[in-house]
Design a protein around this ligand. Structure first.
Ligand code: NAD
Ligand code: ZN
Length: 380
């Protein structure tokens, strides 16, 4: 056990005091892990658009003060009572949705929606006792997605921690902890395009480009990227995207443009924007008879999906997924091995890097649509 085990650790964390206001680096106290919990030292974290939505809190429930961050890589510092499959020094990825290994979902091959640890965006406390492990002068600071990786140390439920190959570089594989697994898995595990298919990807951020990688790995013959940001098109060529559509360039709805381009519709579509209209377009652009659309983007809390029921009667399928249907503890070590075996490239998703002291720059880059993934180095 490390010398800090069982003790409160004082360290730096980027605290979000108010919606939409720059994060402030503060000294926080991080309590030791309780039963079935693990305390991690975070070495690298990155920014996903989901952090930005909940920080802006425009279409989401405001929970403040809060420590955001869920895409990261780190090392186990200490473990709580009852934790047997992780030990100090293990290299790990924190995951925003967990795997208890005991519930009906964890036992099902079809689901990763663990009853105990499934994503809960509005909870700011630990499951076991309803308390936060973070505080400043005795005042609690809330958790986010059970991960809160914008802190040098953080406490997670053991079921939200994937143990990975210690030889894997954490400054690269940290992006597997959310965005890349989500997009890649949405295609290979959920949309499952047959070889030779035409696949449309809505939203060419890191999640959408990982979905495009999944389409390429599945042998898709056409991959059509849809985005409102034309800066994304050049970059997307590196991810196998073969054609581009900017909805802003057309008078008619983008689903009609895609249906015309593909002689009746695409075989599969994967939506990675979070925009409700893009979600509807992603469904309505699939071919009747066999088309499958997969929703990945996190919607506004009041969003409603409207489409004519005949679109379903005409044998189109609509699905959705969190984390690309991967089970965090069972499947993620294998995704890391795909990177180690050079079957999955991560470097091209990482467009920027900043020291922790400049974390607000990562938010600016994402809001301006300039970055795919910006790595935040916790030692800086
Ligand atoms: P990002 O901001 O890097 O990329 C989103 C892209 O969508 C941008 O390029 C933007 O220009 C484009 N876009 C926005 N509205 C559009 C529209 N109406 N039509 C076409 N393109 C549009 O974000 P990201 O980090 O890649 O995340 C993408 C989405 O996936 C977000 O909604 C995020 O919350 C969600 N997400 C979901 C899961 C999950 O498990 N389901 C996990 C991670 C992220
Ligand atoms: Zn994410």
């Amino acid at each position: 056990m490390s010398s800090t085990a069982g003790q409160v650790i004082k360290c730096r964390a980027a605290v979000s005091w108010e919606a939409g206001k720059p994060l402030v680096i503060e000294e926080v106290e991080v309590a030791p892990p309780k039963a079935m919990e693990v305390r991690l030292k975070i070495l690298y974290t990155s920014l996903c658009h989901t952090d930005v939505y909940f920080w802006e809190a425009k279409g989401q429930t405001p929970v403040f003060p809060r420590i955001f961050g869920h895409e990261a890589g780190g090392i186990v510092e200490s473990v709580g009572e009852g934790v047997t499959d992780l030990a100090p020094g293990d290299h790990v990825l924190p995951i925003f949705t967990g795997e208890c290994r005991e519930c009906a979902h964890c036992k099902s091959e079809e689901s990763n929606m663990c009853d105990l640890l499934r994503i809960n965006t509005d909870r700011g406390v630990m499951i076991s006792d309803g308390q936060s492990r973070f505080s400043i002068n005795g005042k609690p600071i809330y958790h986010f997605l059970g991960t809160s990786t914008f802190s040098e140390y953080t406490v997670l439920h053991v079921g939200c921690v994937a143990k990975i190959n210690p030889a894997a570089p954490l400054d690269k594989v940290c992006v597997i902890s959310c965005g890349i697994s989500t997009g890649y898995g949405a295609t290979v595990n959920v949309a499952r395009p047959p070889k030779g298919s035409t696949v449309a990807v809505f939203g060419l951020g890191a999640v959408g480009l990982a979905a495009a990688e999944g389409a390429r790995a599945s042998g898709a013959s056409r991959i059509i990227g849809v985005d409102l940001n034309p800066k994304r098109f050049e970059e997307a060529k590196k991810f196998g995207v073969t054609e581009f559509v900017n909805p802003a360039d057309h008078k008619k709805p983008v689903q009609e443009v895609l249906v015309e381009m593909t002689n009746g519709g695409v075989d599969r579509s994967v939506e990675c924007t979070g925009n409700i209209n893009a979600m509807i377009s992603a469904f309505e652009c699939v071919h009747d008879g066999w088309g499958v659309a997969v929703l990945v983007g996190v919607p506004h809390k009041d969003a409603e999906f409207k489409t004519h029921p005949v679109n379903f009667l005409n044998e189109r399928t609509l699905k959705g997924t969190f984390f690309g249907n991967y089970k965090p503890r069972t499947d993620i070590p294998g995704v890391v091995e795909k990177y180690m075996n050079k079957e999955l490239e991560l470097e091209k998703f990482i467009t920027h890097s900043v020291p922790f002291s400049e974390i607000n720059k990562a938010f600016d880059l994402m809001l301006k649509g300039e970055s795919l993934r910006c790595i935040i180095r916790m030692d800086g």
